[in-house]
Design a protein around this ligand. Structure first.
Ligand code: SF4
Length: 177
């Protein structure tokens, strides 16, 4: 019993030392902006808005270069389409509307861990730690909760009304690149 307590204390001490490297199950700003971009496109297209990366960047209060990178990635994933030339712009695809939020986050966040157990100052338990395995399962459970939710689901009322209220940046005639 005493040994078990000591083992537990050792594990917690090791975890404490890694807190500075803790990522938690929070999603990155990059992924959040990707979701916001899809949400804006889903609503904007419904009312025939011409959408560009610059308009989206203004609407979500992010830099144009960051949104441009996100747009490229979403085009690569076939979730949005980019039409060039006069009257061109960005449009969400059918796959984009039907995209699962959980699946998209798994794709964008990659295989990372909740805590960085290895790296510059690796934890001595990293090779085989039950807690580490539990964190991996917890992270997957977080994504699994979001699996049934699609982009089309998350832009339903009342979110739709909020997005539509983002004028003037997010307007049928707004901005150009
Ligand atoms: S291996 Fe990772 S989860 Fe396990 S005790 Fe060390 S820092 Fe914590």
């Amino acid at each position: 019993m005493i040994r078990a307590d000591r083992d537990r204390r050792d594990i917690m001490r090791n975890c404490d030392s890694q807190y500075g490297r803790m990522r938690s199950v929070n999603i990155s700003r990059h992924s959040d902006l990707a979701l916001r971009t899809l949400m804006l496109l889903a609503v904007g297209e419904d009312r025939g808005d011409r959408m560009t990366a610059a308009i989206i960047a203004t609407s979500v209060n992010a830099s144009a270069s960051h949104v441009a990178k996100i747009v490229s990635r979403l085009v690569e994933l076939d979730l949005i389409a980019s039409r060039r030339g006069r009257g061109g712009g960005l449009a969400i695809t059918d796959a984009g509307r039907a995209a699962s939020v959980g699946a998209l986050l798994r794709e964008l966040e990659g295989p990372g861990e909740v805590i960085e157990c290895e790296g510059d100052q690796p934890c001595p338990l990293a090779r085989n730690c039950r807690l580490r395995h539990a964190f991996v399962e917890a992270r997957e459970a977080f994504f699994a909760t979001l699996d049934p939710l699609t982009v089309a689901d998350v832009v339903r009322s009342p979110t739709r009304q909020v997005i539509l209220s983002l004028d003037p940046a997010f307007s049928p005639t707004g901005g150009s690149e």
